[in-house]
Write a protein that binds this ligand. Sequence first.
Ligand code: GLU
Length: 511
Amino acid sequence: MSVRVRFAPSPTGPLHMGGVRTALYNYLFARKHGGEFLLRIEDTDQTRYVPGAEDYIREALNWCGLVPDASPWNPGPDGPYRQSERKPMYKQYAEQLIAADKAYYAFDTPEELEAMRERLKAAGVAAPAYNAVTREHMRNSLTLSADDVKARLEAGEPYVVRLRVPRHHEVRFEDIIRGWVVVHSSNIDDKVLFKSDGMPTYHLANIVDDHLMRITHVIRGEEWLPSAPLHVLIYEAFGWERPAFAHLPLILKPDGNGKLSKRDGDRLGFPVFPLDWLDPTSGEKSSGYRERGYYPEAFTNMLALLGWNPGGDIELMSMADMVKYFDLARVHKGGAKFDPDKTKWFNQQYLRMRPDAELGAQLQAKLKGQGIETSVERATAAALLLKERATFVDDMLEGTYLFTSGSPLENNADAEAELRKRWKPEAGPVLEAYLIKLQALSAFTAPELERVFNEVLTASGMKVGQLMPLYRLYVAGRMQGPGMFDVSVLLGKDEVVARLKAGLQHCRSWA
Ligand code: GLU
């Protein structure tokens, strides 16, 4: 039996990162076992349909590299399998269950259903339900005569089809992640499978499609665990073999208190969606990892570890590595705490792994956006220095001083405040001595600059911590950044000399 799994989102809004993780685990499992990974759009509930959501889902999967396989069920990149397009087919399955006495027509009006609930509540029933006991007193094909039912159907009276849940029955299945799940059928109500508007409910469509698509493993979020016993009953009612189930743990808020929601992201400043989303009705915007500058590799690597780990201390994994190590048996039962700082750490690691020329080209383009023209070679040399402190490509823009000319102290209040704290007149002659030595250098290289800097420092008796910040502020205009000898080499002798002189003059002018 070859593995076949599906990711089955409902197009009710943007895909939450928990949904992306579900898709990712399905993908990893399929690839690991040489099976198929399919996409199924579960859009039978037209009232919850949100325009643009399906495109969003597909774009997010593409961005993450989780491209569904083409198969008779997924005819091509533009043709994911949509339940709404298979609408006429579900009815025959509802009828098949009725013919087998596993389901029945129910004609109860909303008022009658409400009256039933009131009656049961008054009798002390905590959670009134349409079930094996109550159905005996309702208007359905189990209580009405066959002729009556026929007449009602012919007259077009509204109806639903309900599952006839067996009365004394233990529903059992073994979840790959959670182990044995046992639920008594008295806790399951006679769920609606099919509505008179001709649409199946989620439960019926989900099971019929998993069966017809020959899905071998249903890997989905924990929120579906309560529905799983019902699904097992529906498979039993059809007499179909059921797929294996694996219910993935929740993704929790950073403090571990409950499920991660969009509100947590807004409150703590991180996205919970893969891509930006603009809600078509409310006009509300939500930000995505892609637009924040995350690499898809970093995003998927981080997501993979929310609920699973390959053992040992392996953290950085390519998609191929994850496929190699993935094992559903190692997925945890307990919820996984989301860690926004760790997510940034992953991005930083992936940024460092990018080829220098790529970072250089990106930096060049971003500088251009700020009106700074430079060659790709120079941008690449700068990227090599700047990437060490960068989490995102944008962070490298803190190094604009590498591309401008003239003193970075102009209109620079932060640098001014730092200099006021750090300037000592004794530093003047030492920096002048350095200036003379560096101008005399025939090789303007970082080791040479470091050598002459250390010479003047030792001769002066000052500490590196007294001198280096002045050097840094004069030349870079800021306290953080790459090593000053590398920065100086990139700027070139003339520019460094000019900035050091301007800096000295600036501080001396205070006296
Ligand atoms: N349509 C369901 C969802 O939106 C699918 C649940 C399942 O995978 O069976 O999550």
